[in-house]
Design a protein around this ligand. Sequence first.
Ligand SMILES: *[C@@H]1O[C@H](CO)[C@@H](O)[C@H](O)[C@H]1NC(C)=O
Ligand SMILES: *[C@@H]1O[C@H](CO)[C@@H](O)[C@H](O)[C@H]1NC(C)=O
Ligand SMILES: *[C@@H]1O[C@H](CO)[C@@H](O)[C@H](O)[C@H]1NC(C)=O
Length: 535
Amino acid sequence: MRQAIVLGVLACLSLLSYVNAEDPYVYLNWVVEYGEISPLNVNQRGILINGQFPGPTVNVITNDNVIVNVENKLDEPLLITWNGIKQRKTSWQDGVLGTNCPIPPNTNWTYRMQMKDQIGTFTYFPSTLMHRAAGGFGGFNILARSVIPVPYPKPYEEFTVLVSDWWKKDHKELQQILDSGNPFPLPDGILINGKPSSTSFDVVPGQTYLFRVSNVGMTTSINFRIQGHNLQLVECEGSHTMQEEYESLDIHVGQSSSFLVTMHGPGTNDYYIVASTRFTKPILTSTAILHYQGSRNPASGPLPIAPTYHIQWSMKQARTIRWNLTANAARPNPQGSFHYGTIPVVRTIVLENSASQINGKQRYAVNKISYINPETPLKLADYFNIPGVFTLNSIQDNPPSGPTGLGTSVLGTTLHDFVEIIFQNSESTIQSWHLDGYDFWTVGFGSGQWNTTLRRRFYNFNDAPTRYTVQVYPYSWSAILVSLDNKGMWNLRSAIWPRRYLGQELYVRVWNDEQSLFTEYDIPDNALLCGRARR
Ligand SMILES: *[C@@H]1O[C@H](CO)[C@@H](O)[C@H](O)[C@H]1NC(C)=O
Ligand SMILES: *[C@@H]1O[C@H](CO)[C@@H](O)[C@H](O)[C@H]1NC(C)=O
Ligand SMILES: *[C@@H]1O[C@H](CO)[C@@H](O)[C@H](O)[C@H]1NC(C)=O
């Protein structure tokens, strides 16, 4: 209580540049510490937030100011990133090593964020080292303000469902495997809300529920389904979708989708909720229980089947996810009032992932550069004009030929540019790409090598959904359009965690030379300084 008051006073005293004083405040105090967990019946060291694994679900409302005091009780520096939270005008709060100095052990740092004009299903997780292999992740839901109608009836109740691949090995052991250049092991299991089976969702017959499902895993796409029930997709990552019914849906690493599920009439049975891996051998499966009130029979019978490898099936399904053009976004205007398909593209950037050995060790790269984090966060180097930390456009707009090298890739872009990015995947494994600070239109998925003539054949210029994470199928490409309207230094990364840890990421600097609080907030007064920015 006392701490909430102190924080409140501090927030009022500081220049209210990061947060809007007129909107409500939500204060969270998170103690991040190790604790024993045994999700796969093996005791292991987990990362708990306020004693919980997975971490607490955040439920806030559009435009809320969310103040999170993170106490790092781990033995290593820590940052938490907010997957899909746009951090408008303030990449200072993003929680990745390119923008923030990590929070040293046994200290606190307070994030001050505003949920400006956002609505939907998001997540958070530790972005440092391999911490997320031990937990520290959770659901982050932004609900609509009461004056903004959502395009579906109010559900009886909402469930936050976190699906993750899981390893019995300690996170430091997994990190050691990567540091020593060895291949990352396959997961040992799949968890639904921290358990491989028996998580129970209690429902009332005849009622309709909203399931907010996120893939918070590190490597594996999953297929989600519920025995005997259809999933009506209503939202993916902040976009209200056409409400198609699915028997099952693929959710790739870092992605979120929400479904309405209507319970049967009298309901005398329980049913299985199933999450199974995609594009893996063997397939790992995890179940939870849909428990009907008054049911006398436990869930039984064969699990509903799902596609196994079937890349084309998944690509076709991805194309069926469409924006509801007449639905509201977080503002009271239809989503389709922004005709993205008619905006001229000023720049096309083709980013190709690759795997190679550098100095005898496995690395991953984007356009032949395998990213390494400098000691000084890029954003601080930019702000304090510290030379030699990074060079703008140190990564090319197209995949070059030649060998792969280590580097600190920063794409220089201009504020308000409308840009097309192609993710070209010439490898045999599925990729998942995430851009901080933005959502983008996922306009096209195709097989083989991308070229400009494919735009006309394969792009959805009308009602593609906006998301913040896009999958790229094996030997395929995915195309996105993004309006670069959020000034800052933004992380563009592989959501596949071992790849990101070993260099498959870069930063996009969105810039104009006009210094103005209308386009970017000032450095927060509590900003940690490290590397060459330490004074
Ligand atoms: C961190 O925050 C807690 C709770 O507000 C406080 O008790 C503690 O003293 C803080 N520690 C540091 C190092 O600031
Ligand atoms: C789209 O949104 C509108 C407006 O909220 C709603 O009435 C309609 O049912 C939605 N259509 C579909 C197909 O989801
Ligand atoms: C573009 O790709 C398509 C599909 O792979 C191919 O059929 C076509 O010949 C390519 N066009 C050019 C100009 O390379």
